[in-house]
Every structure is written in structure tokens, then in C-alpha cells.
Write a protein that binds this ligand. Structure first.
Ligand SMILES: Cc1ncc(COP(=O)(O)O)c(C=O)c1O
Length: 481
């Protein structure tokens, strides 16, 4: 919920009270410098103890509700036929309107199962935009990803409300050019993670589904952030303002043959699942679950996680909960924009994405401007975001670097986790960094893994630029915070 203050400002209102907190630590500047160096300038490799606000991801870091926590205490630890799984099935049936549920230990495990069953060497997966783990699984099974995002999706600053839409002309062309029999499936990601958590419209989803049906191609929806996408449909798309989040979610799920989701995002738990109304698809995937995940009634999840998803799925259709992340993100994005920091607009459903190409235009893409900026943000805030740019692209099989469409630093805003004063602090320090952006320089590889290199790769700063940054910062703010 948002409220208007008497001075005209609109602020997000937390529709919850905080019952349990975790103490956090704002490390001294010297400690931050050694922490980022020890981490190979990769924010994934920082220790949580050295991080003040952990904005790396919203995956598995959202604050659970009291009902979720209490449900975990009554979970049924049966290897087979657990009551907890029956509750999950019931939640999926009631909320998503889908009959058959396949559990998996997290979102990428669902992607693995789907790729194993449906992707053949030489086949294509058409998507609005790829996600790192999705693409890795498809490629590992010999498939190729075709990204057909609308033109606005590739622009960082825009007023287009549904930048996650697929381009329909490109979709028809891609099917005709590559042959419908070579398309493994068409995938729509509900709020496209890598380009700023941008939603697609119901109109676009229906049109994609219609085209797919006409060609007889299977459709898949990545529902990891489905309640956020539904919230944007309700608040941005004409004709949906009076519909409930639950009705919108069911209408979305009804457009596709199969959905999968990470349970770590909209449902604010852990784990993952695949769901469908097709007995044929269900039977094709199910036999692989005991091979890769665990028995078909837990799929690699603890029964506690299963309970938490079952409750989280029912809670995510509450308008105040569905909008809780999006409204905080809007506040943060607007605040940074007011302070002159280049950010992705309109605000999306995952976090605030800073446009490193405009923030540090002097750093060439192959010196990883977004990674360098993420490291610099850590130095001046003690808080971490994540690079979403060329470092997140793996090399081609020939070893060529692939420039990303966008060079972004993602500052995820986990739901119900941070306060407005923490976001104000972040905005203030990032605005300072923007004024002093010339001090940030690029990075070079020290240790580059062959696949999903952004997770564990190590780099170093070119010419040790962090020393000058820290000295300038200390001159203004003193030597600690
Ligand atoms: C859109 C999307 N799909 C899939 C995944 C992978 O899910 P998990 O982290 O649970 O493996 C993520 C994770 O961030 C995601 O954002």
C-alpha cells in the first residue's frame, strides 16, 4: 500500500509489523577494502558478516510471515506421501488453478528437468528474455535461446509499462525461419529478472499463447515472480484494475501449458515446483524427479520448505503482499532518479537496477563496468548488489566474449526486509559515488570459470583504483561510515 503525505510525497507503507530481527554490521572502510579484495571484486564472494544491507538477491532472502514460520513446525517428515506435499498441491490447485504438481529443490532444478525432457541438440527455446540458469541448462542440452524481447525492453530509461513483452512479429518470423518442429518451447518470464524485473502484459501473454497454439508449440511460464507481474497487470493494464491478484494469476497460468517457479521469490520461501494441467506433460517429467531431486512428494525440498511455499502461495495473492516489494522498489528508483543517478525505468518487481553504461561510461564493456560499479557501491555503502552485464554472459564455445545488451548493477529489494531509512542511506551514498564516478575504473580476470563465471570468478581492479576512491570518501565522511 502507498500513502500520500501532507507535503504531497507518496511513500510505501509497510502492512506488517516486525517480530524478529537480525543484527547487521556496517564494516569499517579498511575492512570493506580488504573484504572486496579477498572476494576478488566479486560481490558473490563476500561473507555475509561483511555486508550491511544484502541486496545481492531477493532469492530466499525475503522475510517470511508468522504463518509460514509456524507452518514449518507442523511439517510432516514422511519420505513418501507427506501431508505437507498434499497441502502444497492444494495451494497450487487453488491459487494457480493447476492440477499436477512436481516438486524440485529450487528454480534451476525445474529448468534442468524441463531442459532434460524437452530440449534436444539443435533445438531452440524462444523467450522474452533469458535468465542465467535457464540459459545454462538449455545450452547444456544442446539447445539455443532466442530472445525476442520488445524494443523497449532493451532501453534502460523508458516510460513503457510492459518492457517484458515479447515482440510478436519477431516471434512469428522466428518460428517460420527455424521451423515449428525445432522449437522446444516458448518461455515467458514473469518479470524479466536480467533487464530490471520488467513485467509483460496479459494482452501480450495471450497473444504469445495464441501464436504458439496455432503452430502447436508448447508454452512455459517462469512464475518465480508471478505475484509481482500480476500486481503490475492490475496497476498498469487497462481492464484489470478491479480484478483480484488471484484472478489475474489464474488467468496468467491458464494461458500456458506448464509453469515452473523458484519458491524463493514471490512465495518468500525456498524450493521450487513445476505445475501443469496436462497429464501427458506431467507423466513425461515425473519419472526424472526421483533420479535428480528426490521422491515425487518432496523433490529435494525439506518438508518445512514445502509447508512454507504452500502458505506463501496463498499469501502472495494478498494485494498488500503482492505489492510490498514493488512499492519499495518504486520509492528507491524514484529517489535515485531525483538525485541524478541513472536507473532502469519504469521501476520493476525485483530491485533497483543502476545503469552502469551511463554511470561509468568511461569503462569499456570488456573491463566489466557493472562489476566495477558493484564493487565501488560495496566500498561506499558496505552493502552489496549484483552485476548483471557482460560478466554475467559466458563466453561462446570459441572463447569469444559476448557483450551484454545492458550493463546493470542490481540492488535487489527483498520483500519486508529493509526499511525506508536504509534505502535513503543507499540512495545518498550512491549519489555521492555518482558525483565521484571518475574514480571508478575497470576490472580484469584473475580466475575465470568456464560456465556461469559470475558466481565464483575472481578479478582484480585495474591500477588499484579503490585506494583513491576510499581516500576521497574518507575525506568527506570520516574513516568509518
Ligand atoms: C526468473 C528466474 N528464474 C529462475 C531462477 C532460478 O531459481 P533458483 O535460484 O531457485 O534456482 C531465478 C532465480 O533468481 C529467477 O529469477
Amino acid at each position: 500500500m502507498e500513502v500520500k503525505l501532507s507535503d504531497g510525497r507518496i511513500i510505501p507503507m509497510e502492512m506488517h509489523k516486525i517480530k524478529i530481527v537480525q543484527q547487521t554490521n556496517l564494516a569499517s572502510l579498511e575492512d570493506r577494502k580488504s573484504a572486496i579484495r579477498n572476494a576478488g571484486f566479486n560481490t558473490f564472494l563476500l561473507r555475509s558478516h561483511d555486508v550491511f544491507l544484502d541486496m545481492l538477491t531477493d532469492s530466499g532472502t525475503n522475510a517470511m510471515s508468522d504463518n509460514q514460520q509456524s507452518s514449518m513446525l507442523v511439517s510432516d517428515d514422511a519420505y513418501a506421501g507427506s501431508e505437507s506435499f498434499s497441502k502444497l498441491e492444494k495451494s497450487v490447485q487453488d491459487i494457480l488453478g493447476l492440477q499436477y504438481v512436481i516438486p524440485a529443490h529450487q528454480g534451476r532444478a525445474c529448468e534442468h528437468l524441463l531442459s532434460r525432457v524437452f530440449v534436444k541438440p539443435g533445438s531452440f527455446v524462444i523467450t522474452n528474455y533469458h535468465f542465467t540458469t535457464t540459459k545454462a541448462h538449455i545450452n547444456l542440452y544442446g539447445g539455443e535461446v532466442l530472445e525476442l524481447i520488445s524494443e523497449a525492453g532493451r532501453e534502460t530509461a523508458s516510460t513503457v509499462q510492459f518492457k517484458g513483452n515479447m515482440d510478436l512479429d519477431m516471434l512469428r518470423d522466428a518460428i517460420e525461419k527455424n521451423g515449428k518442429e525445432n522449437i522446444a518451447f516458448i518461455r515467458m518470464e514473469a518479470t524479466t529478472n536480467l533487464i530490471g524485473g520488467q513485467p509483460f502484459s496479459m494482452e501480450n501473454l495471450k497473444a504469445v499463447s495464441e501464436i504458439a497454439k496455432n503452430f502447436g508449440i508448447m508454452t512455459v511460464m517462469d512464475c518465480s515472480l508471478i505475484s509481482e507481474n500480476a500486481y503490475f497487470i492490475k496497476t498498469r493494464e487497462a481492464g484489470f484494475e478491479d480484478k483480484s491478484i488471484k484472478d489475474i494469476i489464474q488467468e496468467m497460468a491458464a494461458q500456458v501449458d506448464l509453469i515452473y517457479m523458484s519458491g524463493r521469490k514471490s512465495t518468500m520461501a525456498r524450493g521450487g515446483l513445476i505445475a501443469t494441467n496436462s497429464p501427458k506433460i506431467y507423466r513425461e517429467i515425473l519419472p526424472l524427479v526421483p533420479v535428480y531431486e528426490g521422491f515425487i512428494t518432496y523433490g529435494g525440498m525439506s518438508t518445512k520448505e514445502i509447508e512454507a511455499i504452500a502458505v506463501g502461495m496463498r499469501e502472495m495473492v494478498d494485494l498488500d503482499i503482492a505489492g510490498s516489494g514493488a512499492e519499495f522498489i518504486k520509492f528507491f528508483v524514484n529517489r535515485l532518479e531525483e538525485l541524478g543517478v541513472p536507473v532502469v525505468t519504469p521501476p520493476g518487481g525485483l530491485g533497483c537496477h543502476i545503469d552502469a553504461s551511463r554511470f561509468v561510461p568511461h569503462i569499456p564493456w570488456n573491463e566489466y563496468p557493472a562489476s566495477a560499479l558493484a564493487a565501488a557501491i560495496y566500498l561506499v555503502t558496505g552493502s552489496r548488489g549484483m552485476e548483471r552485464g557482460s560478466l554475467s554472459m559466458d563466453r561462446t564455445p570459441d572463447g569469444e566474449e559476448v557483450p551484454s545488451d545492458m550493463e546493470l548493477v542490481r540492488l535487489a529489494v527483498p520483500r519486508r526486509t529493509f526499511t525506508l531509512s536504509q534505502l535513503e542511506f543507499m540512495a545518498d551514498r550512491i549519489a555521492w559515488l555518482h558525483k565521484n564516478r571518475e574514480l571508478i575504473q575497470g576490472l580484469r580476470w584473475v580466475d575465470e570459470p568456464p560456465v556461469l563465471r559470475f558466481f565464483i570468478g575472481r578479478l582484480d581492479s585495474i591500477d588499484g583504483w579503490e585506494d583513491a576512491l576510499i581516500n576521497t570518501f574518507t575525506a568527506e565522511f570520516g574513516d568509518s561510515r
